[in-house]
Structures are given as structure tokens and as C-alpha cells.
Design a binder for this molecule. Structure first.
Ligand SMILES: *Cc1c(COP(=O)(O)O)cnc(C)c1O
Length: 432
């Protein structure tokens, strides 16, 4: 060990041996033979110059190649919809649909007649069927795009009446008021941060009103001396009410009583509901528009609709999500606290048998950027030394937990049970 061989060149692995290594062979599939071979040759040269040992050539070649991104990670943060981790994971059915749709598809063709057909009709029909209160539906790129399309088509050069308590920042510095004004619509702000009344809205209405906008505060709560006007009352004002419900719940979820759903919001009188596809709906990134048939048709025919349209992969994933038996997001939200505890205890015992000391601690999971602010879901976590956080994040697969009071907590609520063994192996690799 540590002894430099007299002539390291003789021990440098041959090129074909290296290219047959499973890791490098996999890289050939994704990056092409030429690129991988160049990395192998460069690593061999480094070994010949004595910069690395012959044993390190394989790893050096692999390290010099770009790691494919985005990489799949294990979400042990306890945040169900984590924007930095890609929000909702797709269901197996949706993944299969994406794979099937990746080649040539009948996305815009009726195979029976051989004629052009409505693009994404399966996804649109499934969405309409899931929310019978919607006379028509449309799908765009994301929730922000849905709002931009509604504002452009219905209020460009006119006014959007909105409460000052609902001018929210979505994330990463993007603010709803900026987004709406970028369409050429004017904002008519009413009320105050904490209180807005029906009278405030009524006073602001006029010939220039495009619509009244109701935005669900999906990432914050205002408590104390507050009042907001529900859609049911706004609907009496005689102008269209557009409701941005954010989370994409199509029907109520008893677990999240304060989270508005599309069906209920339409029944309360909203003319149009906008929502995201990759939050509580548990599907792909998409913007859902549901509501009045004439309004939806105006949006669908607007030139901007073409620029905001979703691709075939999204349509396939959305259709499968809507048809499917259940989503990972739903499973994570509704996972029983006792079952989570059992899994964490089993993991602790298995790790202990391998000499890695972990503790089982109660944890509070949250829905995350996708909605239900303030709601905590009772959960359980594996507690490990805080120093494990970095190595686990850099492992394969990367494991993301959260650090609290110097300990790394791995909350199992968003980790599929089928990944428990993978998680255990990842922790063991770090524990050494
Ligand atoms: C998330 C959210 C948006 C933005 O939706 P994206 O799909 O992220 O573009 C807009 N409004 C509300 C209320 C939201 O919760």
C-alpha cells in the first residue's frame, strides 16, 4: 500500500478492459463510445504520468464524464411536494405512458378515420370526466401559464380586480402581480393585506373590469384579524370570477380541509379555475384550466395558447395520472403514521445489525410548496449524525434528508416502501 510500482505503465488497464466495465459501458450507451473512450485514454495517460495509480483509472474516467442530470434522488426530507426536487413524482402508470409516448404517437390523429384529431383528447376527456362541474377544460404548460393565458385573453388592456392579501410570490422571486401585468392587464388592487370585503370588490368594478381574480394562498397563512371574500360571494358580483386554486386538487381531500378543490370552486360560482398539475394532483408539470365553455374556448383559440401548449409526454403522463389508481403524492400524504414507524424501526434494526447506530424519532412532514400551508403530517424519521448529510446527498442515489439540531433526519413519508433497502444501503455506505 502506498508503494509506487517501478513501472506503473505496465499495470495501466487496457482500453477494451475498461470499456467493458459496467459503469463505463453504461456511459457508452448514454454518451457514445467516442466520448467515453476519450475519457478512458485521458485517465490512462494520467496513470502513465504517475498522477493517479493504475487502480484509479476506471474511477477517474468515470469522474471525468458528465453525470446525467437531472438525477433520481430519494426524498427523505418529509416535504411531500418539494419544488427543488421536482414536486410530484409520477406514478408507475404515468411513467409507462411517458415511455410509450416518447416515439411516434397518435397524439393528434384518429387512428380509426386516419384524420387529424383533437390534440391530447384522452387527457382532456379524463380531466373533464374527473370534474363534471367543468363545462370545458384546457391544459397548458404550468399554473403560471394558465394565469397568463386567462389574463391575456380576458383582461389585456383591462382590469383584473384582486385583493391586496392575495398578491403572492410563488417562489424563486416570481410574483403573481408581475406575471399578470406582463400580459398587458392592469391590476385593480382592493382591500388590505389582512382584510378585504365584498364591498371593496364591488366598488372597484366598472366597464374596464376583465375579471375578478381569487388566488388561494397556497404557501402562507395569514392569521389574526383577517377576512377574505369566498368565491361564493364574489360570484354574485356579475363579472367572471377566475380562481387560482394552485394545488390541483380536483375533489376535496378530508386530510386537507382548507385546500380548495376544482369541483367545489366551480360549484361555488367560479367561471374559471386554474391549477397546477404537479402539486396535489400528483401528475406532470401542467397548468389546468376548467370552467365555462365560452371562456375556455376563448383561451383555447387565443394565439398565445399555441405558445403555452404542452407536449405529448405531458399529455400522456397527465392522462395516465387521471386514469390511474393513485399517485405517489397521494400515497405519501395518506401513509399511516403507524406503518411509517414500523418501517423506520425495521431500518434502524437492520442498520444496527450492521453496526450502524441510528435512532427512531417522531417527525412532522409537510405538504410543501404545493399547498396546505401550516398543515403538519405526523411522521417518523431515522435520526443519524448530522455529518452524514453531505455524503448521503453526494451518494448514489443521492439521499436528501433534513438537518435539525445537529442530527440528520430521514423522514420516510415520501420514500416509497420499495426503496427502504436502497436507503439502508446508502446509509451503510456512509457509515462505512
Ligand atoms: C403553485 C402556484 C402557482 C404557480 O403554478 P406553477 O404550476 O408552479 O406555474 C400559481 N398560483 C398558486 C396559488 C400556486 O399555488
Amino acid at each position: 500500500m502506498g508503494e509506487v510500482p517501478a513501472d506503473p505503465r505496465r499495470r495501466v488497464p487496457r482500453t477494451d478492459t475498461l470499456l467493458a466495465d459496467p459503469g463505463l459501458a453504461a456511459a457508452v450507451v448514454t454518451l457514445g463510445r467516442d466520448r467515453v473512450k476519450a475519457a478512458v485514454v485521458a485517465a490512462q495517460d494520467r496513470a502513465r504520468r504517475g498522477e493517479i495509480t493504475p487502480d484509479e483509472v476506471r474511477d477517474a474516467a468515470l469522474a471525468a464524464l458528465p453525470a446525467p442530470t437531472p438525477r433520481a434522488v430519494l426524498n427523505a426530507t418529509g416535504v411531500v411536494l418539494h419544488t427543488n426536487l421536482g414536486r410530484a413524482p409520477l406514478s408507475d402508470a404515468a411513467v409507462a405512458a411517458v415511455v410509450a409516448a416518447a416515439g411516434h404517437t397518435d397524439v393528434e390523429l384518429d387512428l380509426r378515420t386516419g384524420r387529424r384529431a383533437r390534440r391530447g383528447r384522452d387527457a382532456l376527456d379524463a380531466l373533464a370526466a374527473a370534474v363534471p362541474d367543468a363545462a370545458a377544460v384546457h391544459v397548458v404548460n404550468n399554473g403560471a401559464a394558465a394565469l397568463v393565458l386567462a389574463a391575456t385573453a380576458l383582461a389585456r388592456g383591462r382590469e383584473i380586480v384582486v385583493s391586496r392579501g392575495e398578491l403572492v410570490e410563488i417562489g424563486d422571486g416570481f410574483r403573481l402581480p408581475d406575471l399578470l401585468q406582463s400580459t398587458g392587464a392592469r391590476l385593480r388592487e382592493v382591500g388590505t393585506t389582512n382584510r378585504t370585503t365584498l364591498h371593496d370588490y364591488a366598488r372597484a368594478l366598472g366597464p374596464d373590469t376583465g375579471f375578478v381574480l381569487k388566488v388561494h394562498p397556497s404557501n402562507f397563512v395569514v392569521t389574526g384579524f383577517t377576512s377574505a371574500v369566498p368565491v361564493r360571494e364574489l360570484a354574485t358580483l356579475g363579472v367572471p370570477v377566475v380562481a387560482d386554486i394552485g394545488s390541483g386538487l380536483l375533489a376535496p381531500d378530508p386530510l386537507l380541509p382548507d385546500e380548495p378543490d376544482a369541483a367545489g370552486t366551480l360549484r361555488a360560482g367560479a367561471a374559471l379555475v386554474t391549477a397546477s398539475g404537479d402539486k396535489l394532483l400528483g401528475g406532470p408539470q401542467a397548468g389546468l384550466l376548467l370552467g365555462d365553455a365560452d371562456l375556455v374556448e376563448r383561451l383555447r383559440r387565443h394565439p398565445l395558447a399555441r405558445a403555452l401548449r404542452v407536449d405529448k409526454l405531458t399529455l400522456a403522463a397527465l392522462a395516465a395520472t387521471l386514469h390511474g389508481p393513485g399517485t405517489p403524492t397521494r400515497a405519501a400524504l395518506h401513509a399511516g403514521e403507524a406503518a411509517l414507524r414500523e418501517r423506520v424501526e425495521r431500518l434502524r434494526d437492520a442498520l444496527g445489525a450492521d453496526g450502524c447506530k441510528a435512532e427512531v424519532v417522531p417527525s412532522a412532514a409537510v405538504v410543501g410548496g404545493g399547498g396546505a400551508p401550516g398543515v403538519e403530517l405526523d411522521s417518523w424519521a431515522l435520526s443519524l449524525p448530522g455529518s452524514y448529510a453531505g455524503p448521503l446527498r453526494l451518494g448514489s442515489p443521492p439521499v436528501l434528508g433534513r438537518v435539525a439540531r445537529g442530527r440528520l433526519l430521514l423522514d420516510l413519508r415520501c420514500v416509497p416502501a420499495a426503496a427502504d433497502d436502497t436507503l439502508r444501503a446508502a446509509v451503510l455506505r456512509v457509515a462505512g
